[in-house]
Write a protein that binds this ligand. Sequence first.
Ligand SMILES: NC(=O)c1ccc[n+]([C@@H]2O[C@H](COP(=O)([O-])OP(=O)(O)OC[C@H]3O[C@@H](n4cnc5c(N)ncnc54)[C@H](O)[C@@H]3O)[C@@H](O)[C@H]2O)c1
Length: 315
Amino acid sequence: MGLMPADSWTAERIPALTDRTFVVTGATSGLGLATCRALAARGARVVLAVRDEEKGRRVAASIAAASPGTYLEVRRIDLADLESVRDFADRMRAEHRRVDVLINNAGVMAPPRTLSPQGHEVQFATNHLGHFALTGLLLDLLHASRDPRVVTVTSVNHRRARLPFADPTGARGYSPMGFYNTSKLANAIFGWELHRRLSAAASPLHSILAHPGYTATNLQTSATTPIWRLLLGRIGNPLLAQPVDRGAWPQLFAATDPAARPGQLIAPGGLGELRGHPAQGKLSAAATDPDHGRRLWELSEQATGVQFSALRPSS
Ligand SMILES: NC(=O)c1ccc[n+]([C@@H]2O[C@H](COP(=O)([O-])OP(=O)(O)OC[C@H]3O[C@@H](n4cnc5c(N)ncnc54)[C@H](O)[C@@H]3O)[C@@H](O)[C@H]2O)c1
């Protein structure tokens, strides 16, 4: 381990963030909202990247009420739709000179099989492809920062996932939870491979992964969740899950703490990785396999049309 300066990290340890700009996807609920609240409380400039702008404005008003004077921006993005991701990035590039930290947080879990507007399975499209494209399209703005970071939220579930290469659209068989796990493995492979490519290009940009631990959010109780999972969420969340403010600690640590290192997975350190202070988690062998990294990169470039032109491909 050896990651933590102390085993007592809480959000109060977040350094002052004045003049640092954070883009947080999925900012209207759950971990994304908790993350925005904590960043705003430390003086960060926060761009709330949201699918529902009306809800985004309501949420921004509640953050502003708790942290008066904070710079908050609400911008629409539908991560499942690559046109919308391009639109978001174009507007960001037109109106911002720099992004210090991108937090790839938004996610969906276990919906019935649905295809995105571009024909990709919707969990893979939202959780992975949208964030892959967004990161690539914001690379220039990130490189304009002195301490830039990309934090990608994966899950401990990545360890039990199938690889995304054989049947990425689920045409040959679809398991809602299986495809969620696969999308989270894609997040883990992406975060690690991005780290590898950034290091090879001697980029100052750090790619860090975060796993929140089981946290009570809409993820388990959303409308498209299968009934048994909905029940599990309704019963399990109050009994077992972490409160959402605490679930956000690993991604907050990854995004702001000087002790978080590139390529690390930051996860709760407590029993079974369910509770506790941010600590170094363990990526699966499948996540750090360079062959998987290369194959996911090729698949994602092809699917999104986004090239990471600021990075030299490494062998
Ligand atoms: N809650 C947990 O126990 C847990 C555990 C491990 C990992 N995670 C991960 O944490 C992240 C946040 O999830 P959460 O638990 O806060 O759930 P949540 O459902 O409360 O929040 C997910 C957010 O993503 C947004 N979103 C979904 N589809 C989108 C799209 N197409 N475009 C833009 N935004 C979209 C939603 O609007 C919502 O704001 C996810 O990546 C999830 O996989 C959560």
